[in-house]
Ligand binder design. Structure first.
Ligand code: SAM
Length: 289
C-alpha cells in the first residue's frame, strides 16, 4: 500500500499486502464509468482503521489529561505541532470544525482544551475513533459523516476555526472545499490546512519505496487512478485513491475563495525517501476577512 501518509517502511507496507493479486479483489479500485472515488475512499479508510494506520490511532488518556490542564498540541503536517499562535487567543468555547480529521486525534485534544468540536469525516470507522475517545474521556465531540466538498449540513458562519490536516489528497476536487470552508466560517474565522507537496508524486513509487531512489516518472497533475489497475494494486494495495493537486489549487484556491493567507509552513515527509531532499508537506493558515 503506498498511501503517501503512511508511516512505516515499504517492507511493512508490502507485508500488509503480501499477495496483492489474489487478495480481496473487490476492494481494489477497478475503475468503471460509475466509479466514485469518494465512496471508494470511504471503504478504503475504514480498511486503514483495520490496518491500524497511524492516522487512525486515537490519542491516549495521558494526552487528554495534559490538554485539559492546558498543555496541548495538534499536527497539521507530519509530526510537526501547529504553532499555538495559529489558533484564536481564546480557544475555550471556540467552535472548531475538524475537517476530514477523524481518527480520535485532533478533535478530542481540541475538545479537552475547551473548544466546541465537530469532526466531519468520510469514514464511519474513523468517526468511531473520535466517539471512542469522547466516551472514554467524557468529552463532547460532535461527529458528522460526510464529504469535505459538501458542508451543507452546517449553516453559514457557524465556526471560528476550520482545522484540516492532510486529507485533501484524497479529494478529487479542491475548489468546493475552500468555498465551503469560507462559507461556514464567521468573519475573522481561521482556516488551517495541511497538504502534500505535489512534487512528491512525480517519482516512481516502486523505486522510491523499495530502493529509496528518486526516479522521475509522472507528469503532474497525477492521480493514482492514472496507473494501471495492476500497478495501482502493487503500489497502493487497497489504500485510498490519491490526487497530487497543484499549489495553485491549494493556495490559489484559498485566495480565490476569499481567504487572506497569513502563514505558510513546510516539513519533510516523515515516511518517504523524498524527505531527505525536499519538503513533502505544506501547511497554511488563512483568515476570512
Ligand atoms: C490522514 S487522515 C487525517 C486525519 C488524521 N486525524 C490526521 O491527523 O491527519 C485522512 C482522513 O481524511 C478522510 N477523508 C478522505 N476523503 C475525505 C472526503 N472526501 N471527505 C471527508 N473526509 C475524507 C479520511 O476518512 C481520513 O480520516
Amino acid at each position: 500500500m503506498r498511501l503517501h501518509l503512511r508511516l512505516g517502511s515499504p517492507a511493512l507496507s508490502l507485508a500488509r499486502h503480501p499477495t496483492p493479486f489474489c487478495q480481496d479483489l473487490l476492494s481494489w479500485a477497478v475503475v468503471t464509468d460509475s466509479f466514485d472515488p469518494v465512496e471508494y475512499n470511504r471503504a478504503a479508510w475504514d480498511r486503514e482503521v483495520e490496518n491500524s494506520n497511524m492516522w487512525t490511532r486515537p490519542v491516549g488518556p495521558e494526552v487528554i489529561a495534559r490538554a485539559r490542564a492546558g498543555d496541548w498540541s495538534v499536527v497539521l503536517i507530519g509530526h510537526r505541532a501547529v504553532p499555538r499562535a495559529w489558533f484564536p487567543a481564546e480557544l475555550v468555547g471556540a467552535e472548531v470544525l475538524c475537517l476530514a480529521a477523524g481518527g480520535g486525534q485532533q478533535g478530542p485534544v481540541l475538545a479537552a482544551a475547551g473548544a466546541a468540536v465537530t469532526v466531519l469525516d468520510n469514514s464511519p470507522r474513523q468517526l468511531d475513533r473520535d466517539r471512542e475517545v469522547a466516551t472514554r474521556e467524557g468529552l463532547a465531540v460532535r461527529t458528522v459523516l460526510g464529504d469535505m466538498r459538501d458542508l451543507s449540513v452546517f449553516p453559514d458562519a457557524s465556526f471560528d476555526v476550520v482545522f484540516n490536516p492532510v486529507s485533501s489528497v484524497f479529494s478529487p476536487e479542491l475548489a468546493p472545499v475552500w468555498r465551503e470552508s469560507y462559507r461556514v466560517l464567521r468573519p475573522g474565522g481561521i482556516l488551517m490546512t495541511g497538504f502534500l507537496n505535489p512534487d512528491v508524486f512525480i517519482f516512481d513509487a516502486t523505486a522510491l519505496d523499495e530502493r529509496g531512489e528518486l526516479v522521475v516518472r509522472h507528469p503532474l497533475p497525477f492521480s493514482s487512478l492514472d496507473l494501471s489497475e495492476q500497478e495501482r494494486a502493487r503500489s497502493y494495495g487497497t489504500g485510498p485513491i490519491e490526487y497530487s493537486h497543484s499549489l495553485t489549487g491549494q493556495i490559489g484556491g484559498q485566495l480565490a475563495a476569499g481567504f487572506t493567507l497569513t502563514h505558510l509552513d513546510e516539513a519533510p515527509h516523515h515516511a518517504d525517501a523524498t524527505g531527505r531532499y525536499m519538503p513533502g508537506f505544506f501547511a497554511t493558515r488563512a483568515v476570512k476577512p
